[in-house]
Design a protein around this ligand. Structure first.
Ligand code: PMP
Length: 426
């Protein structure tokens, strides 16, 4: 492992601007990253999703086998033989596409079955599908929240945990919004108190498991507060489903909140190994979305391959061994990192960050890890606050102890060079 000779001063002077007036300016920034081996964006993988992947590393024409810690396929279900068989069967029976948007001929029995199944999974009755988890959030909020310039008493307010996913922010782009400090109940209560009587509807919007820190919402306290102040609660549990909760039903199960959350959103793209988003809510809200949500109405429905999602939902109950293996791996990696003095924050899920702080050290750590055959994601502004850059890892059930020991060894070596762990601050 060697340290890059990049001039960080130069890097900061370019990256620090964060505003590119032209595509040419931006290209200059990309060229700079590439020249210093930091352009690890859109690395091309030549093998299936899994604990090991064949990657084309920057500048190489050949592929290199790396240990992969970047996939949200937490349970390995995208590769599960029973899930693959369900998809193959569905394609043989129904073909590769659904042919239309739902209102005009694209709603099939497999879509209806999936809506029923995901609703029942959360002990509820009504669900609606979207093409991605991103759209489930952005479209639903865009459809439900209104800003009325003529009549401010009809305005709605979104009250967001500061760390919610980008899709939630997008859904609230053209509405009144306030954010509260991450998982901070006092701050949330102030926001709710200040908004009382001022808006037609207040929506508190949170993630169940946060995608950058891997920590979990204080759902019980948030439910109490939203009810006390007469607000609606929206929970996006994209990273919770299949992973947390005794039977894999996410944070909703952890807090026994099946009937206490107004709107649950999520994705089929992570632990369920496929693609697509869902929203679960009262029959009235779901019907409203079915007829009013533009992204649902005017976009072609999912392919028959969604039948793989139905098998994956069954497997959460039928083969809990994957969730148990995942948790063994999460605990093993987390313990190893903490024992070596790394700061993993407050993670309680399959998302494990190693906090670095400084952007260029984080990029450099990502580069050195990749050179050692360990594929991780360096995360920086704007995904997290500027001084909060980190290496983020996603653990999978299909990682072995041999993989995880190699990861720990590589972190130890990177730490010798970059001095990331608290061993160097003593
Ligand atoms: N919500 C959260 C918390 C996420 O992390 C993601 C995925 N990055 C999404 C929503 C969007 O899901 P999808 O990738 O399926 O569109």
């Amino acid at each position: 492992i060697e340290f890059a000779t990049a001039s960080f001063k130069s890097f900061e002077s370019i990256a620090g601007q964060n505003v590119y007036t032209t595509a040419m300016d931006f290209q200059e920034y990309l060229n700079f990253l590439e020249a210093n081996g930091h352009l690890n964006y859109r690395l091309e993988s030549h093998s299936p999703v899994g604990p090991e992947m064949d990657l084309k590393l920057p500048g190489d024409t050949h592929t290199t086998r790396c240990i992969c810690l970047v996939s949200n396929d937490y349970l390995g279900f995208s590769q599960h033989p029973k899930v693959k068989d369900a998809v193959i069967e569905s394609v043989q029976k129904y073909g590769t596409g659904s042919g239309a948007s739902p209102a005009i001929g694209g709603h099939f029995n497999y879509h209806q079955q999936l809506e029923n199944k995901i609703a029942q999974f959360y002990k509820r009755q009504n669900a609606i599908l979207y093409t991605t988890g991103y759209t489930a959030n952005s479209a639903t909020l865009q459809c439900l929240l209104h800003e009325d310039q003529e009549n401010p008493s009809k305005n709605d307010l979104a009250i967001l945990d500061k760390d919610v996913h980008a899709s939630v922010y997008e859904g609230c782009l053209s509405t009144n919004k306030k954010s509260f400090m991450h998982n901070n109940m006092e701050h949330l209560e102030i926001a709710l108190k200040n908004a009382q009587h001022k808006y037609r509807t207040r929506f508190v919007i949170i993630d169940g498991v946060y995608s950058q820190d891997g920590d979990i919402a204080k759902l019980d306290e948030i439910i109490d507060l939203t009810h006390r102040y007469g607000a609606y609660l929206v929970v996006d549990d994209a990273h919770g489903i299949g992973v947390v909760g005794d039977t894999g039903r996410g944070v909703i199960e952890m807090f026994d909140a099946f009937d206490k959350v107004d709107i649950i959103t999520g994705t089929f793209s992570k632990a369920l190994g496929n693609i697509g988003g869902y929203v679960i809510a009262s029959p009235e809200i779901i019907n409203y979305l079915k007829f009013q949500s533009r992204q649902h109405l005017f976009s072609t429905t999912a392919t028959p391959a969604v039948m793989g999602i139905m098998k994956a939902i069954d497997l959460i109950d039928e083969e809990p061994v994957w969730r148990h293996k995942l948790w063994e791996n999460i605990k093993y990696l987390k313990r190893g990192l903490v024992e070596s003095g790394f700061d993993v924050g407050t993670t309680a899920s399959a998302v494990i960050p190693v906090k670095v702080g400084n952007i260029h050290k984080t990029l450099e750590a990502g580069r050195l890890l990749l050179k050692a055959g360990i594929y991780t994601n360096p995360i920086m502004y704007p995904a997290v606050a500027e001084k909060n850059a980190r290496i983020r890892m996603n653990v999978m059930a299909t990682h072995t102890k041999v993989h995880l020991d190699k990861v720990l060894k590589a972190f130890h070596e990177v730490d010798q060079v970059l001095k990331i762990s608290n061993k160097h601050s003593q």
